[in-house]
Design a protein around this ligand. Sequence first.
Ligand code: ADP
Ligand code: MG
Length: 345
Amino acid sequence: MGEFDLIRRFFTWPTPRAVVGVGDDCALLAPNIGTHLAISTDTLISGRHFFADVDPYALGQKALAVNLSDLAACGARPSAFVLALTLPEVNTAWLEAFAKGLFDLAQTHGCELIGGDTTRGPLTITITVFGEVPNTPAGGVTHGIATGALLRSGALVGDDIYVSGSVGDAALALRALQGKITLPVSVMAAARARLERPEPRVALGMALREVASACADVSDGLRGDLGHILERSQLGAALQWDALMPLLATRQNYPGGALAFDASFGSDFAAQCVLGGGDDYELVFTAAQTKRMAVTHAAKQSATPVTRIGTVVSGHGIALLDTNGKTLPPLDAGDFAAFDHFSLG
Ligand code: ADP
Ligand code: MG
């Protein structure tokens, strides 16, 4: 099968929204009036971001999910994407499953595949997504930049800090797949689903547009991604230890309960997973305390659980507080130091 047959067979889908989709030199999109175009790109490399033998359907979904997660973090509505695919060989069964995974998630979010590039080489998937956000601020949220998008830079002292869903479970599954830890079969399936089938929080992101003061998605770990908000906002954070611990769903659902989890892995391990674990694709965001009802409403409207975990403070860095508000000693990051491609040899 040639390159163009491959594109036609696997990656040419209906594109009702695009003016021109796959097949010409450029795709053409007609942006809606009153919007900013939100753009993001992410690459997944075999052996680095996923195991070479991972289920291709799940991989197709994840390749798009990690990109949609960036749109979610900006409060953008997905509209289209392009796919740059590097393949070592043409394996039609693999391509069929990969394309199906990609297509199913794309359809769920109304995001059209409008173009791409196909080359031969080590398996690498790069997706660039396009989305739309209102181009004017609303709901009294001002970011210092005239846009309706959620940015990392808008947090203010006294804002509440929230995270959606559960965090740390994907990292736990990764460690189990690497043979570093052993998880009971009953919990491994759930943890592995978090790693291989992340659910981008697109509906929550859009519902938070007029509510959150700053937002980021949790791809590299809660500490690192909240850290990005704090850095861009030039502020610090105080997090409640007791609010963080239940965020690790695996620990909550562990046979014998959270205490049994702690007994198996050591008491700080859950905190390390929650703060340092990557690949969850949840949203971490800040909102004024006056917006608590609105946050609850956004969570309900998007059917997404949200937990308040702390407060934005002046200064810098992230402090952990016990129930009495006392600062806990800094947590050793263990092997959860935030993943940075260029800090590794
Ligand atoms: P060009 O050489 O002009 O850059 P190509 O020959 O690479 O274009 O691609 C032909 C058409 O197929 C273009 O419209 C391009 O966007 C599309 N395309 C190529 N690869 C993919 C892919 N993996 N998925 C979707 N569309 C693709
Ligand atoms: Mg061309």
